[in-house]
Every structure is written in structure tokens, then in C-alpha cells.
Design a protein around this ligand. Structure first.
Ligand SMILES: [Zn+2]
Length: 246
């Protein structure tokens, strides 16, 4: 059991929240009960996840995609009202960590994806959110690994037989960061989403491209964070996957 405020402070320090200039607030977004023993993790704070967390009698819900994004309507109306109302009515705390959870070197989305996919020597590229590492396989074989690990068929651009040694990746909707992969001479760039212009950009730069799912690539950071919190503070933890094909 831990106090809400102690948990918020611990996470802020552990994830170095103050070092990030993000598109949303990172930390306790909705205040619920004071004492926390039962936590649920999930990717995005949609109504399905909130209702499942309430069914599981969660004291706190941890997500990667929370509320209050820059440029969104600040008014609490419509679906935002419905989501927040459920959390408040059930005294469930909502903790959201966006970029700090992508970047973290122990429990972040990028390092966790590297562990799942068997990427060696994973390291961030300079101060970008993109990582690089080593694999030794072909594009077709690596795509199969991605498909098995993430339980989803990725969109793959490039020659099946291309030999892959250096990989660059960034979880989520980071297709525009392909330039960082090109800059380090990566053989393949992997992210969660793709845009229309990307296949040609990849082809003309001789880099393969894998779009493996925004949701699918970002399942693992929040789980690892909550497992860490569960071990450290003796909390009950469960990850709930609200499936999303994107
Ligand atoms: Zn994301």
C-alpha cells in the first residue's frame, strides 16, 4: 500500500518527468482515493479501459495516453466528460506518462520493445526519442518475429531478402522520425504507424520500413513501469489490453 502523493512523487523522479517538454501533463491527471494497493495498467485511457479498471476495483489506472492534450478542446464535455465522470464517481486515480515513458532506459516503451524483439545493444540516438541497436536477420524473418511477438501482422516495405544488421525504432506514431534512422545508416526503421509518403522515402533512402501498430508497440512500457511499482511497493498489478488494430 502506498499513498497517492508518494506514488506520484516517486514516479515523477523515477521517470524524470521534469526533463520533458510534452504535449500533455505527465503524472496524476485525475485524483482518486488516497491509499493505493491495486493498480491496473493499459495503453490508452478510453472508456472501455476505465470500465474494466472499475470492474477490477482498481485504486489507480496507469496509461501511456491520458487526457488533456495540447491543442484539444479544454472543455470537459462529450466523451471526455463521460470518461472523467466514471473515474471520479469510482474514486479511481488516473496516472498518465507519455514521452517520459517512451524514453525511460529501464521501463520505457522503446527499451521494452527491444527486449521483446531480441535487439542487441539498444541505445537512444543522441537526444532524440529514436533508438538504435543490432539484429542479424533478413527482413522477411524479422517481420515474422514482429508478427509473433506483437500478435499482429505488420505492414512491411522493402526487399524480403534484405539483410538487417542495424535497426532504428521508435514506438507509437513516429513515422516522421525515419530521418533519424537514415542518419545512422540503419537497414530498417520500425515504428507503430505509416503515412502515404513513407514507402517512397524509405525506398529512395535504401532503408526498409516496418509499421507494427501504434497500440501494439506501446503495450510494454506501462506494464514494465507498473510491474516495477508493484515489486517496489507491494501493489497488486494487472495489465488490461483493450485491443486496437491501429
Ligand atoms: Zn503513443
Amino acid at each position: 500500500m502506498i499513498n497517492r502523493q508518494d506514488l506520484a512523487s516517486y514516479c515523477s523522479d523515477y521517470l524524470s518527468v521534469s526533463q520533458f517538454d510534452d504535449y500533455c501533463p505527465n503524472g496524476l491527471q485525475i485524483e482518486g482515493c488516497k491509499k493505493i494497493t491495486n493498480i491496473i495498467s493499459g495503453v490508452s485511457a478510453n472508456l472501455d479501459l476505465i470500465e474494466r479498471a472499475i470492474d477490477e476495483k482498481a485504486d489507480a489506472l496507469f496509461v501511456h495516453h491520458g487526457f488533456f492534450w495540447k491543442n484539444e478542446d479544454a472543455n470537459i464535455t462529450g466523451i471526455k466528460r463521460n470518461r472523467i465522470a466514471k473515474l471520479l464517481a469510482n474514486n479511481v486515480n488516473l496516472f498518465a506518462y507519455h514521452l517520459p515513458l517512451d524514453a525511460h532506459t529501464e521501463v520505457g516503451n522503446n527499451i521494452e520493445l527491444a527486449k521483446k524483439l531480441g535487439i542487441h545493444n539498444p541505445t537512444p540516438i543522441g537526444d532524440t526519442l529514436v533508438w538504435q541497436g543490432e539484429i542479424n536477420t533478413t527482413l522477411v524473418d524479422f517481420s515474422q518475429t514482429v508478427s509473433q511477438v506483437l500478435n499482429r501482422t505488420p505492414l512491411v516495405f522493402g526487399d524480403d531478402n534484405k539483410q538487417l544488421k542495424r535497426i532504428a525504432w521508435c514506438t507509437g506514431g513516429a513515422q516522421s522520425y525515419i530521418d533519424h534512422g537514415i542518419a545512422v545508416d540503419a537497414d530498417v526503421f520500425l515504428t507503430g504507424e505509416v503515412s502515404e509518403q513513407i514507402p517512397a522515402i524509405a525506398k529512395e533512402n535504401d532503408i526498409a520500413f516496418i509499421s507494427a501498430g501504434h497500440h501494439a508497440t506501446e503495450r510494454y512500457g506501462v506494464q514494465a513501469l507498473c510491474q516495477h511499482l508493484s515489486d517496489k511497493f507491494d501493489l497488486k498489478h494487472q495489465f488490461i489490453d483493450i485491443d486496437n488494430q491501429v
